[in-house]
Design a protein around this ligand. Sequence first.
Ligand code: ADP
Length: 394
Amino acid sequence: MKKPTILVLNTGSSSIKYALFAAQTTLPRIIHGQIDRIGYRPQHHCNGMTQPLPMPQEATHANILDWLTGHLRNEHPELHIMAAGHRVVHGGQSFKGPVIVSEDVVTALQKLAPLAPAHQPHNLAGIAAIARHWPHAPQVACFDTAFHRTQPRIAQMFAIPRQLTNEGVLRYGFHGLSYHYISTQLPKYIEHPKGKVIVAHLGNGASMCAMQNQRSIATTMGFTALDGLVMGRRCGELDPGVIFYMLRELNMTVAEVEEQLGRKSGLLGVSTISSDMRDLLLSEDPAAKEAVDLFVYQACKKIGALAAALGGIDALVFTGGIGENSAPIRDRILHNCIWLGFEPSNKAEIATPACLTKVGSKPSAHVIKTDEERIIAVQTWKITNNATSLRELR
Ligand code: ADP
């Protein structure tokens, strides 16, 4: 008998992460893999091993997703894909939690694509690839914006004409699947999980979320995933006047401005060397040092702002590629935030999850590894299980 399995696709701007989970309550992970550097020498890693990827260098997300789903089907005839879960970056105002994908849902998600042009079309390509290879498997869309729908209205508003706000120009926030997963882990590692917690998801994309009662009350990303912290290639917080200057005085087109701020800014733009924090930390170049300084400066400034939104801070959690792996960046951020009361530990911590502060430090600081694929699997399992039992009842 084939093994009932949930397939998860987490399609990002330059990578596709995937995982297969046994469809049972504890959802053990059977396989996990990643195809990264899409558009620039894509590479495939499966269960920690690099594998050949029979695709041309310029293969698109859609080509790779089609290959990947076919490959998983052919390589694992012992698995029965009973449902597929997807990370979908933008759920707008209407999607406040996971939904089973229907034609109407796809149409609504296509309409939101202009708000997340680097992600949403790839998320939809993943849904189309699964529908081609497993047409009978229910698919579930799990949203990066959904976790932030608990923000108070005032935290979601921009000071723009009310008409625009009414039309949905709001601070949606992103990385919600990561924050949701971390929120489920807080009781394991933090003394007051329901207290005032700032989670810093620092990766290629970077943001922070202020949580109270394990729910989002404020976040640094906005209407799109461009706002907030310095990112690998995105500018983060910016005076909107810079955009008018680029358009009017520098005669750039809208597409050029978008490319400059969304793909050529951030760590890459400031350093002129790399968008990868590891490269910058190794570099002697003053521009690389300045890019790292700006990353740390903006992170500390946003921690201060989110602590103000919370009215205090009980704990700080680092996650994401930089947050989980880069001790020098964590140390610098923590030492610059000593004014908030942190007492950094002198121990060289090696394990994740780890506590970065001395016993009794208030606030405390921690590293917790995120797991977006697991939260997608959990959401998919819950919603499809319910749907199955509903069908059985009818
Ligand atoms: P994404 O937002 O694409 O999911 P990740 O969360 O995987 O990104 O983070 C990727 C970034 O993490 C890389 O660009 C790199 O800068 C950083 N990173 C990974 N490992 C380390 C490390 N050991 N030291 C510093 N930075 C690291």
